[in-house]
Design a protein around this ligand. Sequence first.
Ligand SMILES: Cc1cc2nc3c(=O)[nH]c(=O)nc-3n(C[C@H](O)[C@H](O)[C@H](O)COP(=O)(O)O)c2cc1C
Length: 471
Amino acid sequence: MSKVIFLCGSPKKKTSVSLSLAKILAKFLDYDCEFVELNKSYFSYPLKKQEKEFLEIIEKVKQADCIVWVFGVYLFFAPSQMQIFIEKLFANNYYFKNKITAIVSAAAQIKDDYALGKMKFVVEQLGLSHVGEVIMRSSLFGYSKNKIAEKNCYLLAQDINWALKNKYIPIKTTYSIAKKYLFPTNSSKKIILKQKSKEKDKTRRVILMIVSSDLQKNVFAKSLVAAFKVISKYKIEVLELRKYNINPCLGCRRCFFNKNNICIKKDDYNKIINLFSKSAGVVFVSDCSCGIVDSCMKVFLERGFMLGKNMTFKEKHTMVVVSGGGPLNLEGISYLQDSLNTTTFCVTGISDTNIDKPNYVDTLVRTIKFFDRAIQEDIQKTVLFTDKGIRLIFRDDCFELAAIFEESKNQYIKNAMFDYPKTKRISEIIKMGSKDPAIKTKLVSLLKNVDKRQKNWQKKILKQLFIYFSN
Ligand SMILES: Cc1cc2nc3c(=O)[nH]c(=O)nc-3n(C[C@H](O)[C@H](O)[C@H](O)COP(=O)(O)O)c2cc1C
């Protein structure tokens, strides 16, 4: 009997929307299904370290015939714990031949297509053959019974059943790339400057360099920091993310309501945000991993997901540097720029690509000087297509959230009313709804049509309300 293993990456564990969808898919499968949580213990650096839990999961993957990746989209890709799991697979040379794979995801429609494409690319680099994917829009309340997603699960399950029964391994559709570009590797390329140190700004304003690369081993990142110290007129402060204790985002979304939209979790993240807010500009330096940033940087960025609502950060000038990704560096830069443009103004970026060309140093010097000028003259950048799209979605989401919940945010937090419907929440929702005239009208009409003698009448209203909010 073939086996299907579901690798679940959401930090929300049982309340995960993507997990709910995966369970629907499993219902339609004719084979043994096993669900494995990737978040049970936190995987960590160094990537070569293979924890006991990691090896146990690997054994299960080896024995399975189909691997289903289950995750909500967290900053345009899988959540950071799933990302570090993937990085460990690449770093330890795992390659799974003759197995099929599928993706089950949930997202709020912000670059969800990008996340799916990227994941498909990643799983094919691991040797797996992709059969298909299903994704659902997660509503304000999270999971609601979604007919379209359910139907798609049914179709995907049919494909998986057929493939397993007929031992069908589809051809890969993405190109192959050298493994060294797919996980964080220390760039050995050194920047050699001829310039002398510049006269420093009298105000002693600071550029903060937030570095996820390992400065002891990454020659490029180390020489880049040195180059900034010489070329920029601002004082340079370096913050090495690896030396701080920053836990991954839990997906609770309390940052939606928290003061200044800062994550409520108490760890070193808050210290960094303090430094961040005091600096004149911030440079993000990361290793490239699968064409995005490394998981160490991703943990940090996920925690700041809602900072985009905070106006003090929106004006902040940022710059990005990505290295070690070879042909994927360019994608890594765009990824980091798009991520930062939701929260700050990302001015420019550079990588270690073409470092051996004679005009590389000139380009680097110009880029750093341009960044200095952008800070000094408070230059604002033209908003591009993706930035605008993301901002509009944020605006709509924030508007929707604010309109419905602002007055009741304490109730929302107190009752932990995040994803996944529970019947007992109906009274809370009715209370909140009654504050908004449009929802009140909807509720009155729903209540009129419901027979309260029927079992589960509250559940029915709740379901209809979810559909109402989801559309
Ligand atoms: C930190 C964070 C980052 C997110 N990033 C994205 C994103 O880039 N694109 C998107 O469409 N939704 C994004 N979302 C929304 C989630 O994809 C959505 O809540 C989804 O239901 C999460 O799936 P899960 O419940 O299985 O964890 C993000 C949510 C959080 C908390």
